[in-house]
Design a binder for this molecule. Sequence first.
Ligand SMILES: [Zn+2]
Length: 320
Amino acid sequence: MRKTTHKWLLLACLFIQFKSFAQAVDSIRLLTDLKELSSDAYQGRKPGTYGGRLAQYFLSNRFAEIGLKEYTPQYKMLFTIITEKINASVHDSVLSNYKQIYGANIIGYIPGRDTTAIVISAHFDHLGIVGNEIYNGADDNGSGTCAMLAIARYFADHPPQHTLVFAAFDAEELVMRGSLAFLAKPPLPLKNIVLNINMDMMGTSTKNHLYVGGPSYYPWLKPPVEKVHTPGDGIRLGFAYDREHSPDDRTYRSDHAAFHANKIPYLYFGVPEHKNYHKPADDFSNISHAFYYHAVNLVLRTVIEVDINFPERPNVKQID
Ligand SMILES: [Zn+2]
């Protein structure tokens, strides 16, 4: 009997170990992807530039490798961005006086057993080259983009209940043009989107602090995150950072804002602003590998949790 108990215990331990391995993010792939996407070759990934297009190719290739399904060829959903005035002498309302560039969101999906969908998003664009300096945007937002790839990899091997849409948004730095274009012309019915999980800056925090936005408006989204958070990972979660008019309000600071405006609930994950934010020093060499890895695992576990046990939405008017 004792022996058998031991055998069962051993099997249980192996199962638990296997399960935790199965849920883990591939740290080597995660960091290799981030090192690549935030290298000088991508020239800061500014929309409408060579570096921006290279980032689009990188993401299309990764999506194909992972086996995501396409809504459009090569996962690209083009949209127009009108930028700066190029001829000040003519009346402002004449469109040809403005420089037009194309942005491209890279969108793929894994069909679920349900048609209801969770959109997992991160913007991949950054500031480009300013003066003679390349702004590589490793944390902002190479980190969220490569986290999204890691999550897609997991679900390619573990079919989800909900349809999972992976959205790499372009032109967030130009006032969220990518997510606004996505929601203006969604590739799936908007009513099917039950949640947005948006990541913007996940790669470094001096105090191991990760903000979670959304629960101030959608309190039913807080328990799933708390449930999967393991204090042993050293991450300190902050939940109070999306109340409008508070000094650290994040409601309109990244692409989740476009979902929120369409009354789609969101969870946003991101670190506090740091000294390298929007500086050339936001480089791969300044990413905290352990923090980043744990943060990505936390988001992955959250997606697994809400996919399996989607929280009950209270039948009361949301605070907004
Ligand atoms: Zn950002």
